[in-house]
Design a protein around this ligand. Structure first.
Ligand SMILES: [Mg+2]
Length: 233
């Protein structure tokens, strides 16, 4: 019988792109009011820096908050040198980023569906990101959140899923995972051996060859009905 439903957060409950673009813009504006115009670098450069940081400290690979703080500090230190003031400015800049990062616009029908499901099942969130369910106002709907920092690894590894079962005492056949990502959510849940539903609002093609196409839904108002069709033994 179904008892626990876990949800991915970014791009499953809200479109994360506009939120992150805005958060980044506000953070950069704040830093530039203090230091003047800066060169922020390309996506390729960012990936290279990230790769090198992970080589020195693996936690940069799963702690996106720590990674962002470090990137901000590196950028600020280019102008200010490695000073206490630079550290303070980086901390303040990250605070701005984090406030903005948690300002999300839910997809239509998310809160209604979650509220309905919460009356029947235990709900929780499993994220590779660093959204704060309390700040976002989901802490009364989700019993808990498991982030990559909590389990020191990212989905599609099984850490988030194992932690959810450990926290609830439920078994794999009592659990359903819902998410947008073909690998990090669907393949992860498939490999872990739990039921899964794919949120596919843009009607993307299925690209993961090593598992069958999951049941998908494209709008939140249809979710409760999709869940009721699933067979749990
Ligand atoms: Mg996602």
């Amino acid at each position: 019988m179904l008892k626990l439903i876990t949800f991915d957060l970014d791009d499953t409950l809200w479109d994360v792109r506009p939120t992150l673009i805005n958060a980044e813009k506000k953070t950069r504006e704040f830093i530039e009011t203090k230091l003047g115009k800066l060169e922020w670098g390309s996506w390729e450069e960012f990936k290279e820096i990230r790769k090198n940081l992970i080589k020195t400290d693996a936690s940069y690979g799963y702690d996106v908050g720590k990674l962002r703080k470090k990137l901000l500090l590196m950028k600020i230190e280019e102008k200010m040198g490695a000073t206490e003031e630079a550290k303070k400015l980086a901390e303040n800049a990250f605070e701005i980023f984090y406030i903005e990062r948690n300002k999300v616009n839910f997809f239509k029908g998310v809160i209604e569906a979650l509220s309905e499901l919460a009356s029947e099942f235990k709900l929780a969130s499993l994220t590779n990101g660093n959204a704060c369910i309390k700040t976002i106002g989901l802490d009364n709907i989700f019993e808990f959140n498991v982030s990559s920092v909590d389990v020191k690894s990212n989905k599609p590894n099984s850490g988030h899923f194992e932690k959810a079962l450990q926290l609830t005492g439920f078994t794999k056949n009592e659990m359903l995972h819902i998410g947008d990502h073909q690998v990090n959510d669907m393949l992860a849940a498939h490999n872990f051996g739990i039921k899964h539903l794919w949120f596919n609002p843009d009607n993307l093609d299925w690209e993961v060859d090593c598992m069958p196409l999951p049941t998908a839904f494209s709008e939140w108002p249809s979710l409760v009905k999709e869940i009721s069709k699933l067979q749990f033994t």
